[in-house]
Write a protein that binds this ligand. Sequence first.
Ligand code: SAH
Length: 248
Amino acid sequence: MDIPRIFNISESAHRIHNPFTPEKFATLGAVLRMEKGTRVLDLGSGSGEMLCTWARDHGITGIGIDMSPLFIEQAKLRAVELGVTDKVTFIHDDAAGYVSKEKAGVAACVGATWIGGGVAGTTKLLARSLRPGGIILIGEPYWRQLPSAEAVAKGCLAGSISDFLQLPELLASFDRLGYDVVEMVLADQDGFDRYEAAKWLTMRRWLEANPVDDFAKEVRANLTSEPVRYATYTREYMGWGVFALMAR
Ligand code: SAH
């Protein structure tokens, strides 16, 4: 069980697989006012940076589920590096339908809401693992500028304009689901650069190390087209943030 290979290559050197910087994750960890020992569930936990740093900085305990064996391995190494192996557990699995045995104080899906079939479905799924009064975290893209045409949405690698909302509409959608938005931390363009531009050097190095790999053509094409595509579309049109929700 694995994710498409291009991500395991282009994001193999990423600690954070979304447009958040370490500072943004630190801000989010602080503003949630988590008590020591808070249980945090993270569906699509990537390389485990959120859980590992929050275990170190706030004494939380965490369970992360991710479908990429590579990212799970990196998360485990990060836990060793930060001295939090007694606090965090990383499980290689499909997180679709995952409900934790013990209820969490914080249940998160940060940049992987397809796991529950979208924002509404993922919120519902996370709610099943949440203790009463707990906080749900949803990390999700939104349109900073509404695309003027479907071609622009495609340029942002979205299926269509309707895949995402603008920020006020996204916040209103949480309201309609019956949740108070109690905090939010938004990424900025510098954070998008860290997420996207960091892939380019990783792909270049991978190509140098794997010139005859079957996949080299695809990686080469990606590296050639990505900087201009990213600057033309994603960097100008996409926003991204993590929204903290409490059921009303
Ligand atoms: N939350 C992490 C990773 C976000 S990227 C971070 O902020 O760094 C999306 C992640 O979802 C990737 O790590 C990918 O491997 C994982 N993923 C994709 N589909 C999944 C699924 N069905 N179940 C579990 N993880 C999945």
